[in-house]
Design a protein around this ligand. Structure first.
Ligand code: KG4
Ligand code: ZN
Length: 335
C-alpha cells in the first residue's frame, strides 16, 4: 500500500502553520504558531507585524511538523500552500517557503484556496459526500458554497459588507474584550438573554446573501446611547442579543439554501464555526432534512491551520492541479 504524504503551509493571516497529511485525511502533524498576543494591543491584525512573525516562525514550524510526523523530505509526495485570499505579505511567506521546499526536493507544488481549505477540513473527520453545501464563516468571509461535485465550488450567497467574525470582533471591542472576541462573546451569550432584539438584516429577502454592518451599528448605538444617559446595560444580554441575531440569519439562509439545493452533506467551517450557539442551532435545523448529514469541523480545526490545506491539497493532487515557481500570492482570490 503506497501512502501519499503532503507537507502543507498556511500563512494567510495571523497563524503560521505547517502540517503533514497522509492520504488526505490523516493528520500526522499540524503545527500552529499563533501571533494573536502580538496583535491584541492594536485591537486587530496588523499586516506588517503578521508578515514579520511568519518569517520568524516558518522554518521552526517546518522542522517541527516533519519531526512530529516522523517524516523526512524524501518521504514526501507533494507540497501544498495557501496562496489566497488573505493578507498579501503574510501569504507571500508561506508561498515562498513552499516554493523553496518544492524546488529543493523536486516535489510538485499544489496551490490551495484558503476557503477550499476550510471546507475540506471536514474530511479530516469523515469523507465529504456530494452534492454538498458549505457555510463558511470566518473573520474575513461569510459564504454559502454549493458543491455539486468534488472540486466544484459555486458561491450562492455571501456577505455584502462585514464578515460574521469581523462583526463579533468589532462589537467585542465595544464590550471591552480583547481581539479576537468571538469565543468570549459566545460564552457571555450563553449567560444572557435576547432582550434587545437587534435587526436581522436581509433575513426575509430572496437572496442567499448576508449583511452584518447594520447589526453592528445597532449594537454600537445602543451601547453609546446608554453611556450618554449613564445607564448600565447587562453585557451578557447584549452578547446574547447580538449572537441570536447572527445565528438567526445564518441559520435561516442556510435552511433556505438546503431547500433550493438538496445535498447529502452540510459542512460548517471557518473560525466562527466554533460558535456553540451556531453548532447547536444547525444540529436542530438539520433534523428537518433527513437526507442531509451535518458535518461540523472539530473545534481544534475551525481556526486557520495547515492540516485543512493538506486535506484540500490531496484532493487537488488527484486532479494534478500543480503550479510552479511562478506562483504568486493572490490576496483577493475567488473560487
Ligand atoms: O477562520 P479564522 O481563524 O480566520 C479567518 O480566516 O478569518 O476565523 C477567525 C474568526 C475571528 O473573527 C473570531 O472572533 C471568530 O473567528 N471566532 C468566533 C468563535 N471563535 C472564533 N466567533 C464566534 N464564536 C466563536 N466561538
Ligand atoms: Zn480562515
Amino acid at each position: 500500500v503506497t501512502r501519499n504524504l503532503i507537507l502543507s503551509f498556511e500563512t494567510s493571516c495571523d497563524e503560521t502553520s505547517v502540517a503533514v497529511i497522509e492520504n488526505g485525511d490523516k493528520i500526522l502533524s499540524n503545527i500552529v504558531a499563533t501571533q494573536i498576543k502580538s496583535h491584541q494591543r492594536f485591537g486587530g491584525v496588523v499586516p506588517e507585524v503578521a508578515s514579520r512573525h511568519h518569517i520568524e516562525q516558518i522554518t521552526g514550524c517546518i522542522n517541527d511538523a516533519l519531526r512530529k510526523a516522523d517524516v523526512d523530505y524524501a518521504d514526501l509526495d507533494a507540497v501544498a500552500v495557501t496562496y489566497g485570499p488573505g493578507l498579501v505579505g503574510a501569504l507571500l511567506i508561506g508561498v515562498t517557503a513552499a516554493k523553496a521546499v518544492a524546488w529543493a526536493h523536486h516535489l510538485p507544488l499544489i496551490p490551495v484556496n484558503h476557503l477550499a481549505g476550510h471546507i475540506y477540513g471536514a474530511r479530516l473527520v469523515a469523507p465529504i459526500e456530494f452534492p454538498a453545501m458549505a457555510l463558511v464563516v470566518s473573520g474575513g468571509h461569510t459564504e454559502l458554497v454549493y458543491m455539486p461535485k468534488e472540486n466544484q465550488f459555486e458561491i450562492i450567497g455571501e456577505t455584502r459588507d462585514d464578515a460574521a467574525g469581523e462583526a463579533y470582533d468589532k462589537i467585542g471591542r465595544v464590550l471591552g474584550i480583547n481581539y479576537p472576541a468571538g469565543k468570549q462573546v459566545d460564552s457571555m451569550a450563553h449567560k444572557g438573554t435576547d432582550t434587545f432584539h437587534f435587526p436581522r438584516a436581509m433575513d426575509n429577502d430572496e437572496t442567499f446573501d448576508f449583511s452584518f454592518s447594520g447589526l453592528k451599528s445597532a449594537f454600537i448605538n445602543t451601547v453609546h446611547h446608554a453611556d450618554q444617559i449613564h445607564e448600565t446595560l447587562d453585557k451578557n444580554d447584549l452578547a446574547a442579543s447580538f449572537q441570536q441575531a447572527v445565528i438567526d440569519v445564518l441559520a435561516d439562509k442556510t435552511v433556505r439554501a438546503l431547500k433550493t439545493y438538496p445535498v447529502k452533506q452540510l459542512i460548517l467551517a471557518g473560525g466562527v464555526a466554533a460558535n456553540r450557539g451556531l453548532r447547536d442551532r444547525l444540529e436542530s435545523e438539520i433534523n428537518a432534512f433527513p437526507n442531509t448529514k451535518l458535518a461540523l469541523v472539530p473545534l481544534s480545526l475551525c481556526g486557520d491551520n495547515a492540516a485543512m490545506i493538506g486535506a484540500a491539497g490531496e484532493m487537488l493532487y488527484r486532479y494534478q492541479t500543480f503550479t510552479d515557481a511562478t506562483l504568486n500570492a493572490d490576496p483577493g482570490l475567488e473560487f
